[in-house]
Design a protein around this ligand. Sequence first.
Ligand SMILES: [Zn+2]
Ligand SMILES: [Zn+2]
Length: 151
Amino acid sequence: MMRAPSSASSCIFCQIARSSTSTVLLHSDEKVVVFQDINPSAFRHYLVIPIEHIPTVRNLQRRDEDFALVSHMLDVGQTLLRKDAPNSKHFRFGFHQPPFNSVDHLHLHCLALPFIPSWKSIKYLSLGPLGGFIEAEKLLEKLKPLSPLTS
Ligand SMILES: [Zn+2]
Ligand SMILES: [Zn+2]
């Protein structure tokens, strides 16, 4: 594993996406997989990752493809949390921005609150211009193609 030639092939999240670990996948389709955060910060805490190795939010651009991917990640996360945490009143969906991200493979944190323990909420605060955590909805605004989409 240490001698893997590219960062993608030694990436733990890529291995999870290929089902080559014992991690239980809560959902998988041709674009994304979902699994539980190994160190949960809330009542339910899932990670949605693209199967394709995209390092961080900085690698996303304002274009249809990236907008569609992040929209899909959010849809999948919302659907799962609504099913698995029907009594939660508060949800949070978002991404850590470098240098606050833990793993260099894009992952959407999906949290059904309350935070457990409550101090963990600090990890999921937006730090304004410093970055920190970016809400999925905010990221989508940044990625939304400027020309109107025709349906
Ligand atoms: Zn990866
Ligand atoms: Zn993270």
